[in-house]
Design a protein around this ligand. Structure first.
Ligand code: GLV
Ligand code: MN
Length: 218
């Protein structure tokens, strides 16, 4: 009896300790105050090596890349400006990043996923249909306006469509310094995946695949 109680307590302790491990978080925790990325370092590590602290200045910790509206004159009629470790090296190791999202009326931020982060977003202006799909193909969506927020669990396919009659602006944030973005249409139709894979996958003739691929030729 006492042995089974002890075993039970031990199991609880193990589960508790496992929960404390960072397996449920995105990027690992930082080990120092900051580690402004040296993007040109030749050494290759998981993340980026730190610029020497003696070379770090106030300017490293500020980013003005969100001050200008994105140019939405493109086939998706949307523009995403990322503030991630590549554009804002002070984010290195901090496990955070943001995007400025501009979408013209009728424009779309097409279905995509972030392999390394969950996403949270707030609408600043305009009207967006935001949605994501689970791994069981369940679709969750809502039309949001200024001040409203959404969340997309890590790795799930999601989009935003401007359903208003004026431009929409949103800011999104991620729990990774480099969340990555896998755009479904580009992954499938702008990569070198063989046509045979696509015709078999979508059960259509080659000309259908050729037509779709032609839309994504740069
Ligand atoms: C929106 O989905 C974004 O990735 O910023
Ligand atoms: Mn996203």
């Amino acid at each position: 009896m006492a042995a089974s109680l002890l075993l039970h307590l031990l199991c609880c302790l193990i589960v508790f300790l496992l929960l404390l491990l960072p397996s449920h978080s995105a990027d690992p925790d930082p080990l120092q105050d900051f580690c402004v990325a040296n993007l040109s370092a030749t050494v290759s590590v998981n993340g980026f090596p730190c610029k020497p602290a003696s070379e770090v200045t106030s300017d490293d910790f500020f980013f003005d890349g969100f001050t200008e509206e994105g140019n939405t004159t493109n086939p998706f009629a949307s523009f995403l400006r990322p503030a991630n470790v590549l554009t804002f090296p002070a984010l290195n190791t901090l496990g955070i990043a943001m995007n400025r999202v501009d979408i013209a009326p009728g424009g779309i931020n097409p279905p995509h996923s972030h392999p390394r982060a969950s996403e949270v977003g707030v609408i600043i202006e305009g009207k967006l249909l935001v949605g994501f799909v689970t791994t069981n193909n369940v679709f969750y969506s809502k039309v949001l306006t200024a001040g409203q927020m959404f969340v997309v669990p890590r790795g799930l396919v999601h989009f935003q469509l401007n359903v208003g009659d004026r431009k929409a602006l949103a800011y999104t944030a991620f729990n990774s310094h480099l969340p990555g973005a896998a755009l479904v249409p580009l992954n499938l139709f702008a990569s070198s995946i063989p046509n045979e894979v696509l015709t078999k996958t979508f059960r259509v003739d080659a000309d259908v695949i050729d037509t779709i691929k032609s839309k994504f030729k740069s």
